[in-house]
Structures are given as C-alpha cells and as structure tokens.
Design a protein around this ligand. Structure first.
Ligand code: ANZ
Ligand code: ZN
Length: 817
C-alpha cells in the first residue's frame, strides 16, 4: 500500500458522526427558511450497492448539501422499496425468509450510504414491507376501490411460467420475461386493476406543465399514453344480425377496405363460426395465436397469420361484401378488436393480403408517381389524392378524412372517437412478498372491502415457499379463512398481493409524517412540502413509476386529500455507469464495489470521481485507474491548505500580480454556481475548482500569496457539496468553525471576476488604423475575430487579401494585406 496522500481514513467517520449528531440533514419543521424537497428514488434492497447505484445518491447528496449552504430548509429523506420478487425467489431457493433477507440487506446498504457520506434525515426512513407502511398502501387501495377505481376482471395476462406470476406489459421484453428471460405465455385470470385509463387525458394534458422534466421522459410518457383520434365504424355481418364495430385512424381509406380482421379473442367469434365447416381449424388457429404474447403480436416484424371465418361483412359506404378474417396481429385490447383492412395503405394489411391473396385497392394516389398495384412492394402510407372513392375523388386525403368522418356521422354509420394505448394498471400479483390486497369474499355479500379500522391486513410470516402458480398465501388457512365484515359469516380473503409499483407510487408523501399511526400522510405537511422540488433517479423509471405516481397523486387530489396535482416539479435522470461495455449490474458480473475503493482512497475520492466522470445525465464508463486522478487532486487540495497555513504569519503585500488569483477566485465561484444551478453540471464545476487550486499553487510558488488563503477557503467551500469530509476537515484546518455546511455559499463580485481589458492598436501595412479592446486572457483566434469584425479595419481590408496577421506580445496587432 502506497503512502496516503491525506489521512482520509482518520477523518471520514469522524465527520459522518458529527453530521448525524448536529442533525445536518434533520429537516426542521419549524424553520422559517424556504423549503427544498430533494428526493432520490428509494432503493430496492437487493444486497449491496455498487458504484453505479452510487451515482444517484451522490448526485442527490451533493445537491442537498449545496441547497443547505444556499440557506434552504432542506428535506432529503430515504427509504426502501422493500417488497418484490427477488427476495421471495431467494426464499424459494432455500435462502432466508424474505423479511429477514430484506432487513439484512437494508442494514448493509444503510451502512454503505453512510460511508459514502450521503446524508439523509434518517428519522424519516420508510420501509415499504413493514406493516406501519403497507397498512397505508392498503388504505390507498381502499380509497380507489370506494371510488370505483379498483376493480376485478378476468383478463388475458402475460404469464411467466418460470417466475410463476403475472407480468405487466412493460415487464415483457421481446416476448421474454424481463427478469428471467423465460418465454412469456398468455393466460386468463381474475385480476385486480386500477382504472388509470380514466385519467389518460389528464395525465397527457398535464405533461405540458412539467417544465423542469427532461423532454425525453415527457415524450416517452406521451407515447405510452398513446392518444389517437379516429372513427368507429359499424360493419353489418352479411346474413346475420351482428354488427362489427371497427376502429380506424384512417377513415380516408375506407373505400379501400378489402377485408376485415378480428382479434382471436373477439367475443362474437363463436357465434360467427357456428356453421363453419372448418370450425376446428379456426379454433386451432385461435389457440395458436393466443399463445403468442401481445407484445410479439404487436411487433411489426412478427409474421402475420390468419384464418377466414367463412363470413362476410358489408362496407357501409359502398355496400361492398368483404371477407371476414381472424388474425394474430390484431389485439383485443386496442380499439375495438376489429379492423377494416386496407392493404394498399397499411403495411401489416399489405403483408397479410399478399400472403392470403386478398384484394388490394389503391384509394390514395401518389401525386408524384401513379401507383401500379401489381408492382407494389409495400403499402403506400403517405398522403396523396383520393381515387376510387366516389364523391371524394380528387380531394387531398387529409381533407377527405374530415369530410368522410362528418358524412358518416350524419348517416349514423360512423362515430368519431378517441382511443388511448394506455391500459388499466394490473396490480394483482400471485406472490407472497407484497402488500395483501385488502378484500374479503363472502358468499352472501360478494366482494367486500376490509374496513379501514381492520388495516393492516398482515402478511403472515410463517409460510411455506413453493413455486406455485398462486400466492403461497392461498395455502395458509389461517390467512384465508376469515369473517365477512358485513354479515359476520365465514368468508375468504383475497390472496393476491399488490404490485410493488403501488408501494412506490406514494412513498414521497409518507416522508413528511413517517411515524403517524393515524393516517397515511399529513395533509398540511404534504401541501406545504410538495411538489418535490427535485426528483433524481434512473431513466428506467421514465414511464411506469412516474406515470403511476402522477396517477395516484391526481386521485388523492380529486378525493380532496391533497391540494396539488403533480408530485414532482423537476426531474433529473442520471445516466448509467457502464463497465466493460455494459450497464453495471450483478447479473452481468461487472459490478465495482465501493467498499474496496473507499478503503483505498476514501469516500470523497469516489464521490469526486463519480461526479467528475462526465455530464451526469449521460452514460459513462467507469475506469478504476482514473479514480486515482481524483485522489491525487484531493491530495493537492490538502497540500494547498497546509501551505496556506504555513504562510499564516508571513507578512503579505498586495502586488499587481495578485490580482490574477483574485480574479480566478471570483470567476470560479461564478462558474461553479452557474454549473450547479444549470443542468447539474457537476463535472465542469469540479474542473473549474481544479483550475483554481492549480493557480493557487503556482501563485504561492511565485510568492504571490496575498489571496492564497482566500483561494483555499473558496476552493473548500465550493467543493464541500462534492467532497464533504475533506472539506469539513480543511475548513477546520483553516481556522474556521465547523460545520462548513453552516457557511453561506460564496458570492462572487462581478467586477472582480471581470477580465482586465487590453487596448490593442491595429496596424495595417504599417499604419495605425484602429484600436480594439479584448480581455486579457483572449486567445489569438479570439483577437483575430475581434479585429476582423472591427468596422474601421473592415473598411481598410475590403477587397484585399490578408497575407499576414500577427499579434505582437499582446501589445499590438500587425496586418499585412
Ligand atoms: C384502417 C387503416 C388504414 C388503418 C390505413 C391504418 C392505415 P393508431 O394510429 O396507433 O391508433 N388498429 C385498430 N385497432 C387495432 C387492433 N386492435 N389491433 C391492431 N391494429 C389495430 O392505430 C390505429 C390503426 O391501427 C387503425 O387504423 C387500425 O388500422 C389499426 F391505411 O384502420 B387502421
Ligand atoms: Zn357477508
């Protein structure tokens, strides 16, 4: 082991204890200061944190410390998103009980956070798997249930045969389970849902109020909600008393419909094919198609397959009889589950029509080159001129879209409608390690909500962990058998637990009154402290967690429990830490543990490196060797302070050269403040302080010591949010009272930050023609640009060609033309 550049091991623990004792991060409810709610996404207690996780907490901590120095009353809480599958899967494999392993992990991770110097108000810690928290998650369920926003229905769900559970659509990636990569199948089950679709329009509208959210995240939310405006059209089935309503966003193509397709789940199918001689084949196809997951079926590249039902439908605009098919690429969950197929103008329909030899009729002409059906290689999906569309011929299809919709509405054959891609939120999980859904089934009274006074519905702890297709709760007689709250007869409890996204959809409210046994959150406190001023987390939560939190906030607001409609005013999504070309993760085996690095270099080095690694919103490659560079810088800082200390009693005279360091100090304060306030540019802020420290060293070497102490003091203050331990220690070394976080963030003097201006005479072919003014530090290129932009100079060199451009010792400019 090399000799230490500074005694980090002796100081870090000392200051961590000091902050805890002084209550640096303990929010003061009585404070008159302006509030600042700084929130990091609460971690899942998976075991140990690696340096990739660290980025989130270090950014959050640096911001909180900065805001404390700026004089805010800062709330920086933390907790644990502690329910979930991994802990349960580990228990099934014969490990510890999920509660035990989860609480062990929390202890270990808490220690790591403290070692990192990440400061939180630990008196507000929340743990979502403990009854004092999940009681209120259940209460939120009851509120939604009362409002009709929680309901149960039989639904086709994504089922992972290996995890033995339902997956949300978002947890299915390329038809594989996000967690274990098993092939996902479809299954029909009774499931609980939250009616988030009732809020689709509002969730969409309010995105525009999220001024301080990344555009990228907002776009992802807009696309996820997926609003589309179109027309529902009724097609009567030929010879039957059935109408099929299809949804289209392209009513302009209706004269080009050459067949109709249904989703395999379409409820009228059994009736429609009663007489079909090939019924067995059709059913076989349906079973086959339904075995594909919905995400596969929706994928463009997935092969389109179908069967003919033997029936025909009538196109209401021209009374044409077109065949009715069933196909895998139509989903029951979108629109109406029936589609008028227009092969000439829709790529999926085109592929299908080619495969099954169905008609293709062009109704929108390409204005640049007429379309010849027999040589079409793909659908024509652009705009154009209407043809083969009776009285609409000759119009642009954009105009026709409006006109046809109006015309059909008048004739009552169609109706303008809006559809959303967003589906209701499936919250049931057939698993143990989650909050039990507080519902009781009674033969007499039906589905009965557990009364509020009986909450929490406790999760039994003595359970056998078996990988069943249902929650192990179903095996626990003691849990299942209960009394009906209404008729007191014997009844059964719901055995599904809630999706962990329910737990995390409201935790930021609980931080304000984490120990309140009487209510989920305190109305006055949350109204004062929310929306969160700055939320920090991974972009992987850009859709689900953020959308669910926004939804629950709106519901609670509608119910009058809170007075705000959006939970997070500003959002920052940090980039991932990459190692060996992949996202750092346990499963990839490329994690870097902070523990060894902290042993070797101390926490401040890890913090500094993490913040310096690149723009915090971008992914960055971790490099163990580059950590050394951060460490060396802290050594230089340490030595600077010691030198300054030695100079304490040396007499100092102000010299003209001292002005350079004074200017650098003010420029650095200015830059660091702007970089933090702007988009969290910690990396450039740090490099500015590095420059200051370098300049201070050389000033001292050159005996320009007048501002040396000032430079050291300001470097320490400016670095304090990033490297708090060494900053506290050096603050004391400099003879100041701790804590450095009780100090005000330094101010800069615009005048002192200003560069000295130089006036340079400009000679053209040996004659003085003009004078220009530039900053003392201006580069050659900058001087040249200023000179050539000067009006007088322009006049003299017009029409000539510059042979030579020389800046002579920052005293004069010589041009030869
Ligand atoms: C006829 C048509 C012609 C269509 C054309 C498109 C192009 P967006 O815009 O995403 O909302 N569609 C409707 N319901 C569907 C379902 N359940 N499964 C699969 N596809 C479905 O998509 C709306 C379009 O997607 C609708 O407009 C419909 O096809 C198809 F040249 O109707 B269209
Ligand atoms: Zn009853």
């Amino acid at each position: 082991m090399k000799e230490k550049l500074y005694p980090f091991d002796a100081i870090e623990k000392k200051w961590q204890d000091y902050w805890e004792k002084m209550g640096l991060f303990r929010m003061d409810p009585g404070s008159k200061k302006e509030k600042y709610y700084c929130l990091v996404m609460f971690p899942y207690p998976s075991g140990k944190l690696h340096v990739g996780h660290g980025r989130n907490y270090i950014i959050g901590d640096a911001l909180a410390r900065y805001k404390i120095m700026k004089g805010y009353n800062v709330l920086s809480p933390i907790g644990w998103d502690a329910f979930g599958l991994p802990a349960e899967n580990a228990a099934i494999k014969g490990g510890l009980h999920p509660k035990e392993s989860t609480l062990n992990n929390i202890t270990a991770m808490k220690k790591q956070l403290v070692q990192w110097g990440a400061g939180y108000d630990w008196s507000r810690e929340v743990t979502s798997c403990l009854p004092d928290y999940y009681k209120w998650t259940q209460w939120i369920f009851l509120k939604l249930f009362e409002k009709g926003l929680a309901y149960k229905k039989k639904a086709a769900v994504n089922w992972c045969p290996s995890c033995n559970t339902v997956l949300a659509n978002e947890q299915v990636v390329n038809n594989l389970c996000e967690r274990c990569d098993s092939k996902v199948i479809e299954k029909d089950l009774e499931q609980w849902f939250f009616r988030i679709t009732d809020y689709a329009q509002r969730l969409l509208d309010d995105i525009s109020s999220l001024e301080y959210w990344p555009e990228r995240v907002k776009t992802m939310q807009v696309n996820w909600i997926g609003k589309s405006v179109g027309v529902n059209i009724d097609f009567p089935v030929d010879g039957e008393d059935i109408k099929i309503t299809c949804y289209t966003t392209r009513v302009d193509t209706i004269f080009g419909a050459t067949y109709m397709v249904l989703a395999p789940e379409y409820p009228d199918i059994p009736r429609l094919i009663e007489q079909a001689p090939n019924r067995a084949n059709i059913y076989e196809f349906i079973v086959w198609a339904r075995a594909q997951s919905r995400s596969t079926r929706a994928a463009e590249e997935n092969e389109k397959k179908g069967v003919f039902t033997g029936c025909y439908v009538i196109n209401p605009v021209n009374n044409e009889k077109i065949p009715l098919w069933i196909a895998n690429y139509i989903l029951m969950e979108y629109g109406t589950g029936a589609v008028m197929a227009v092969p000439a103008h829709d790529q999926r329909d085109f592929e299908f029509a080619k495969k099954y030899n169905l008609g293709i009729r062009v109704v929108i002409e390409n204005p640049h080159s007429p379309i010849i059906v027999s040589s079409m290689e793909k659908a024509y999906i652009e705009n154009g001129i209407m043809i083969n569309s009776e009285k609409f011929n000759g119009m642009s299809n954009i105009d026709a879209m409006e006109e046809i919709a109006d015309w059909m509405e008048k004739k009552s054959t169609g109706q303008k409608t809006v559809h959303f891609r967003l589906r209701d939120w499936l919250i049931s999980r057939q698993r143990y390690w989650g909050a039990p859904i507080p519902v009781i089934y009674c033969d007499k009274c039906g589905t009965v909500a557990v009364p509020e006074k009986d909450l929490p519905v406790l999760l039994p702890e003595k359970i056998e962990f078996k990988p069943y297709g249902q929650s192990p709760l179903a095996d626990s007689k003691k849990f299942v058998e209960t009394k009906c709250p209404k008729c007191k007869g014997s009844a059964k409890r719901e055995t599904d637990t809630m999706d962990t996204f329910v737990d995390s959809s409201w935790y930021y409210l609980r931080y304000l009154s984490p120990k309140d046994a009487g209510k989920a959150f305190d109305k006055d406190l949350v109204n004062k402290w929310l929306p969160v001023d700055q939320y920090i987390g991974g972009v992987e939560h850009a859709i689900l967690h953020l959308l669910y939190s926004r939804f629950i906030t709106k519901v609670l607001s509608d119910l009058g429990y809170i007075a705000f409609k959006e939970p997070f005013k500003a959002l920052f999504t940090q980039g991932m830490i990459i190692k060996d070309g992949a996202k750092m993760s346990k499963s990839k085996g490329n994690v870097v543990s902070p523990d060894d690095l902290i042993d070797r270099y101390g926490a401040d080095t890890i913090r500094l490196y993490t913040l310096f690694i690149g723009p915090p919103e971008k992914d960055a490659e971790w490099n163990d060797r580059a950590v050394e560079g951060a460490y060396r810088f802290l050594g230089r800082l340490w030595r600077l302070v010691l030198k300054v200390k030695e100079l304490e009693n040396v007499k100092k005279n102000l010299k003209p050269q001292d002005r350079d360091l004074e200017r650098k100090i003010h420029q650095t304060i200015k830059k660091v403040t702007r970089d933090i306030e702007g988009d969290f540019k910690f990396n450039t802020a740090i490099s500015a302080v590095m420059e200051l420290v370098n300049e201070a060293h050389s000033a001292v070497e050159n005996d320009n010591i007048y501002y040396a102490k000032d430079a050291a003091i300001n470097a320490v203050l400016l670095l304090a949010p990033f490297v708090p331990h060494i900053a506290e220690e050096l603050w004391e070394t400099l003879g100041c009272q701790p804590s450095v976080f009780n100090q005000q963030w330094p101010c800069f003097d615009e005048l002192k930050a200003k560069e000295e201006m130089l006036v340079l005479p400009v000679m053209i072919n040996g004659k003085l023609r003009s004078r220009i003014e530039v900053e003392d530090s201006a580069s050659h290129d900058h001087i040249k640009a200023v000179v050539l932009a000067d009006d007088k100079v322009k006049g003299y060199i017009k029409g000539t060609c510059i042979k030579n451009f020389i800046v002579v010792g920052k005293k004069l400019v010589n041009i030869v033309v």
